[in-house]
Each structure stands twice: as C-alpha cells, then as structure tokens.
Design a protein around this ligand. Structure first.
Ligand code: SAH
Length: 378
C-alpha cells in the first residue's frame, strides 16, 4: 500500500475522511480494496476513478455517471475528492496569476501561472520553504518547513485547472500546456514525491502532459540527476549562476558539496540530452557579481560539448535582498556573446513582479515551529 494512502488512512474518520485525489493507481487500488471491491473488478474500477479524477477533474462522486449509484454512495461514505484550499489569488498586470495554496496542516505554498502567446506554463512548488539558502533567492530566507507529498504537488495543477476552468473541452488549446518545477523548494531533495506526482501528471489517460513539456529545475543535486533523465525523462534545467566555484559557493551554497566540475559532468552524461533536447542553464544576472564578459567567456568554455541553452534571468529584487540586477545593456552584451558562441541565450522576461510572483520571489508565511509543530508566523 502506498505511503500516501497509509497517511490518508491514519487520518481517516467520518470527520476527516481520506482523500482520493492525488493518489497514484496503486493508491486508488488500495482504496478500492478497502471498500471491498472484488479483485476481478479492481483494474476496471481503478481506471474509472482515474478517468474521473484526472481526466475530467470531478470533485463530487455524484458526477461519475458510469459508476452505479450504490457504489458512488459507498465511496462517498468513506472518501472525499478534495484539493488544497486557495487562500489568495493575485493577478499581475501582465496576466500572471499567483495562488497561495493552504494544506490541511496549515502549511502554504505558492503556485504561479504564466500565460504566453503560444503556451501557458504552470510553475509548481515541491517543498514548503527550501534548505538551500541561495543568497539571491527569497524562498531561501524561509528555511525548510517540510516536503510536499505527491498529492500536494498534484493538487497545485488540479487547482490551477479549476481556477482557469480548463477541464476537457475538445478541440480547445490547453491553457496549461507546460509545467516547470521552479517554484518553492529543491525538487531533487524530495525526489520520490516529485517522481510520483509527475507520473500521475504524465499519465496518458489522465492529465496527460508530456514529459517534453515538463522541466525540472535543480540547484545541482548531482547524485539524483541521472535518475531524473532515466526514470522521468523530463527536461532538465540547472541553476548554474556562476562560472567559478568561489563565486558559486556564495551564491548557491550547495556548490560546496557538488562543485561546478561535478555538476557539469552530470549534465554531460544526462540521459536523453541531445541537440533536440537541450539542458537549460539558468543564470541569474547580478550586477558586478557574475555578469562580466570574462564570465560569459568562461561560461562558454565550461559548457562546451553539452547540448545547452542559457536562460539569462534578470535578478528579481525582494525586500532586503543583498544584490542588484545587472544593467539591461550588460545583460544584452552577455547574451550576445553567449549567442555568438552558438548557444541560444534568451533573457527570461520578468513576469508577475508586481505581485511578487517572479523567479525567486516566492515565499509563504509557513514557519517551522520549535518541537516539530508547524504553522504560520502570523
Ligand atoms: N531549487 C530549484 C528550483 C527553484 S527554480 C533550483 O534552484 O533550480 C527557481 C529559479 O529561479 C532558480 O534558477 C533560482 O536560482 C532562480 N532564482 C531564485 N531567486 C531569484 C531571484 N531573486 N531572481 C531571479 N531568479 C532567481
């Protein structure tokens, strides 16, 4: 039985019944067994539930029209179909939306939707807070509160689809076409739950977002990187941000554990990387820190031989941040150099800055309480 379902069961009572949303097929199967569905029907019933939960997005057993009334009632007696609750929605003047989602234990994460002309990207969180403490990142100032469960990772997507009203309407383009794991947290420090969630999201009979439209961003947890390529096959983004270890040690303290050479070796050998599927190197532009032409030259030298593109991210400020964003001309010059060396080097347009939804600006009020209790600091 999956860990999630065990957790769900331990909370199970009439007052707080177990939630089926967010379970994988194995978890649903176990939930069906628990209401005495005979072995021979398990496969069919699991598929039915899967279809209604992940393809149709229903939140009420009554909507499951091909399930008999009595069985719907049995499910309803024991289980619920719920998502996290949104505490707030903020919509930027550029159309970016940011939701603060609260889970039953009171912890909160942020999820961001970024509409563009040819796509809509949902930026998902993997942890409440983060352990990495990157010097330029707002989430880092929060510390880690806890890992999200697989269900909580999936909720963010289901929730966004509810809000955007995008449950199946044949022929219409999807509002959420792409997913990036670039919200709060380090996904590779919560790999098992992230993997389970992505397998739910990628399942062709459910939400069905292809691995080619999913990008996982890591600050460089080197030992986990091969698994991402081999087991999930999603696109990889790496938060490089500096070209020598002395600077990167300060910006991304994880570098002391996995220095640049090891990180780039893991990129060179990333399963499935090719010219058609390049690794994205994220590079935050910090004035006077990592933005010189010499830095650009070193960058090009370092990544030679890796099918790569460089995503230049103008630093997004937050209250008390110790850095400034590079001047626009400096960013252009840096980008042109990298581009002339043969690498695409798009500058990531800051989105949603006015509602603090841009890269590195996310932070929730959840704090780790002494003695392991968790809650909010307000
Ligand atoms: N922990 C993962 C996922 C976070 S992704 C990782 O580090 O890759 C968020 C991206 O935004 C990362 O590249 C991060 O380094 C970058 N970022 C963080 N703070 C930023 C800021 N203030 N301005 C611009 N980019 C920032």
């Amino acid at each position: 039985m999956s860990v999630m379902l065990e957790a769900a069961h331990s909370r199970s009572s009439m007052a707080n019944p177990a939630n089926l949303v967010g379970l994988d097929r194995e978890g649903l199967r176990a939930a069906l067994l628990a209401v005495n569905v005979p072995e021979r029907e398990l496969r069919m019933r699991t598929s039915q539930l899967w279809h209604w939960i992940y393809h149709r997005g229903v939140t009420d057993f009554a909507a499951m029209t091909d399930v008999s009334k009595s069985f719907r009632a049995a499910l309803g007696d024991r289980y619920v179909l719920s998502r996290g609750e949104a505490v707030s929605e903020r919509i930027s003047s550029d159309g970016t939306r940011k939701w603060l989602i609260r889970f039953p234990d009171g912890n909160e994460v942020e999820t961001v939707y970024i509409p563009e002309e040819d796509r809509g990207t949902l930026c998902i969180s993997s942890q409440v807070g983060c352990t990495l403490n990157c010097r330029f990142c707002h989430t880092g100032t929060q510390g880690l509160v806890r890992n999200l469960t697989a269900a909580e990772i999936v909720f963010q997507l289901l929730f966004a689809r509810d809000s955007l009203e995008e449950w199946p309407s044949p022929g219409e383009p999807r509002r959420i076409s792409n997913i990036v794991l670039m919200g709060m947290g380090e996904p590779l420090y919560n790999y098992d739950n992230v993997a389970r969630a992505l397998n739910i999201v990628m399942d062709a009979e459910g939400i069905s977002i292809s691995r080619r439209r999913i990008t996982l961003s890591t600050a460089g947890v080197v030992p986990m990187m091969p698994r991402v390529g081999a087991e999930l096959g999603v696109n990889l983004a790496v938060s490089l941000h500096a070209v020598d270890d002395a600077v990167r040690d300060v910006l991304v303290p994880l570098n002391r554990k996995y220095p640049i050479a090891e990180l780039l070796e893991a990129c060179r050998t990333y399963p499935g990387a090719s010219n058609a599927r390049r690794i994205t190197f994220e590079y935050v532009m910090l004035k006077g820190i990592n933005d010189s032409l010499d830095d650009a030259k070193s960058l090009v030298r370092l990544i030679s031989g890796i099918p790569a593109k460089i995503n230049l991210i103008p630093f997004n400020p937050w209250p008390g941040a110790p850095y400034e964003c590079s001047d626009p001309e400096t960013i252009v010059r840096f980008g042109e150099f990298v581009n002339r060396a043969g690498y695409a080097s798009p500058v990531r347009a800051p989105r949603g800055r006015d509602v603090m939804a841009a890269c590195g600006q996310l932070k929730s009020m959840s704090v780790r309480q002494p003695g392991g209790r968790r809650g909010r600091d307000t």
